[in-house]
Design a protein around this ligand. Structure first.
Ligand SMILES: Cc1cc2nc3c(=O)[nH]c(=O)nc-3n(C[C@H](O)[C@H](O)[C@H](O)COP(=O)(O)OP(=O)(O)OC[C@H]3O[C@@H](n4cnc5c(N)ncnc54)[C@H](O)[C@@H]3O)c2cc1C
Length: 315
């Protein structure tokens, strides 16, 4: 039996798993995606490289500062800018090769099984049985769930009652346009604009950001626009219309639409993790302490430490 299973190979899950492994614990991470990273997502389209989830990172805590220092020393993270518009002086960090490369870095040396959708987790007397959608069953002492809360809830609701306040969340959606251009965009320096109007929450130029060798933009529609247009058949054309002021006369070489159904939690649990010690269960992720990359990191770290303390002591 494994000491721990972590569900979710986003930033929080990978950090939790590394914390368990570094404490000498056996741990496997399962993720339903084709690759690690979750919302730290980067896509190649031809020669272009585009971040389509998180666009940049801020650093406030000492723990995330230490992680960023390590990535920066190894050339994996760099400062994009010090704010947008007039700037506020605080560094905005990006993955030098895209945000997803940071997740891949954290996954090195871990036992991670992607393309494994966790279907249910049941408590059997003194341990967890985690069932994958293909019927595989895996046993562990401690279970760490780092999927967005609605997904984590669906895995354990038969065993554990989660606090109502944690469930009172209707996560925001985000629809995203990825477009490769034949010439630079009109997005002003430094190549990112937060909330340029009511319909757009962020637009970025991945070339100006330094991660794409060719001009390529990422547009995130606002939560309201995303909800109202979620099922529109002509979503791609409408998103291109939204991006038009920053595309100008450039020709779109190729474009794609990505929908983030659980993009941003709206109810934030005030602690970095939640645990049920009777059932050796820990919940973590960006719904704990804040919907940002750094919060997901620090939540994963705190959850990993809590999970270590729930494991049976080494003999
Ligand atoms: C469009 C967008 C823009 C953003 N921009 C920024 C930004 O600029 N700056 C910033 O700081 N933050 C930003 N964020 C937020 C940031 O990306 C997240 O806070 C952070 O990446 C969350 O990490 P996580 O580990 O908590 O969750 P996730 O990255 O979502 O990881 C959870 C993982 O669980 C897996 N999973 C779910 N259900 C199952 C299941 N049943 N079985 C197996 N695996 C499962 C998923 O596949 C996923 O990989 C943005 C997010 C989005 C969506």
């Amino acid at each position: 039996m494994l000491d721990a299973i972590v569900v979710g190979a986003g930033l929080s899950g990978l950090v939790a798993a590394r914390t368990l492994r570094d404490a000498g614990r056996s741990v496997t991470v399962f993720d339903k995606g084709r690759s690690v990273g979750g919302r730290l997502a980067t896509r190649r389209i031809g020669d272009a490289r585009l971040d389509h989830g998180a666009q940049f990172m801020t650093v406030r805590s000492d723990t995330f500062a230490a992680q960023m220092h390590d990535w920066s020393e190894r050339g994996l993270a760099t400062v994009w800018c010090h704010g947008f518009g007039d700037g506020d002086g605080h560094p905005r960090w990006v993955g030098t090769h895209g945000m997803n490369a940071l997740a891949k870095d954290l996954a090195v040396g871990l036992d991670v099984a992607v393309d494994h959708l966790v279907f249910s987790c049941t408590w059997e007397h003194d341990h967890w049985v985690v069932t994958i959608d293909d019927g595989q069953r895996h046993e562990c002492q401690v279970l760490v769930l780092t999927a967005p809360v609605p997904q984590s809830f669906s895995m354990v609701f038969e065993t554990v009652e989660l606090p109502r306040a944690m469930m009172a969340s209707d996560p925001h959606r985000t629809v995203c346009l990825l477009a490769v251009l034949d010439r630079p965009s009109l997005i002003p320096s430094p190549g990112g604009l937060p909330d340029p109007n009511d319909d757009v929450s962020f637009i970025a130029d991945n070339a100006a950001k330094g991660i794409s060798p060719v001009p390529a933009i990422t547009l995130h529609a606002s939560p309201t626009w995303s909800r109202d247009h979620w099922n529109d058949e002509d979503l791609g054309e409408q998103l291109i219309d939204l991006a038009h002021p920053w595309i100008g006369t450039a020709h779109i070489v190729e474009s794609h639409v990505k929908k983030w159904r659980l993009a941003t939690p709206t109810a934030i649990w005030p602690e970095p993790y939640w645990s049920d010690t009777d059932h050796r269960l820990v919940l973590a992720g960006d719904a704990f302490a804040g919907p940002r990359v750094e919060a997901a990191h620090d939540s994963g770290l705190a959850a990993g430490r809590a999970a270590v303390s729930l494991c049976t002591p080494h003999r």
